[in-house]
Write a protein that binds this ligand. Structure first.
Ligand code: CDP
Length: 216
């Protein structure tokens, strides 16, 4: 079973993807972490959002350290901003395609995978068995992200997080390559007034109600 979970920043897509993976015993890939690892690598090399070129960023995809995917260093707002800049570059996105498709199709236990990101259901895995698109009001998402950053020990002000997220949303939705939007066959879930348990319940009842029992 392949599940695509797409959505906006801090919408709850990562939380849902992790819980679905644990529940159905599937492998999980947070594809945003790939773009964040690339962004961190470029920042460390002295690049900024205004001086990084597409060929430089695309060329650096092969040099990123995927071990950084689990590190706190990629979870800053500065890294997220740079990630959304390089993620708008077609050559960068192209260089991440095969890695994501391989992950989905070559999972160790062969049960399948959950991938979360922005373009999983629309571009990377258009034939996914289930597609979800997770969104919430910008204010609520900025509140969640501010809390998350503060809880991880970073100093974060709601206003700054709100403005950074608004800029990032705009870049993600307006870019010409793989813009953030729900795939036509995705189930859209607005999490503004839903907690993680309720979102999980909506998603699992959709999957269980549409799955051949032998494939679960
Ligand atoms: O955690 P959050 O939702 O804030 O961000 P993320 O999923 O870690 O993604 C960081 C940035 O990478 C996003 O703002 C997108 O610009 C980009 N991204 C993308 O373009 N495509 C993906 N499949 C995943 C992330």
């Amino acid at each position: 079973m392949i599940i695509a979970v797409d959505g906006s920043a801090a919408s709850g897509k990562g939380t849902l993807a992790k819980r679905l993976a644990a529940h159905y015993d599937l492998a999980h890939l947070d594809t945003g972490a790939l773009y964040r690892c690339l962004a961190l690598h470029l920042i460390t090399e002295g690049r900024t959002a205004t001086n990084v070129t597409e060929s430089e960023a695309a060329g650096a995809v092969g040099s990123i350290d995927l071990l950084m995917a689990g590190s706190a260093a990629i979870r800053t707002d500065a890294v997220a901003g740079m990630a959304s800049v390089v993620a708008a570059m077609p050559a960068v996105r192209q260089n991440f395609v095969s890695l994501q498709r391989q992950f989905a199709t070559q999972t160790p236990n062969r049960r399948g995978a959950v991938l979360d990101g922005r373009d999983i259901g629309s571009v990377i895995l258009p034939d996914a068995d289930f597609k979800f698109f997770i969104d919430a009001d910008l204010e609520e998402r900025a509140r969640r992200r501010t809390k998350e950053l503060q809880e991880s020990g970073q100093s974060a002000m709601f206003r700054d997080v709100f403005e950074d997220m608004q800029d990032r949303d705009r870049r993600d939705r307006e870019r010409s390559e793989a813009p953030l939007k729900a795939a036509e066959d995705a189930l859209v879930i607005d999490t503004t007034r839903l907690d993680a348990d309720s979102v999980f319940a909506v998603a699992t009842s959709h999957i269980d109600g549409n799955t051949n029992p032998k494939r679960r």
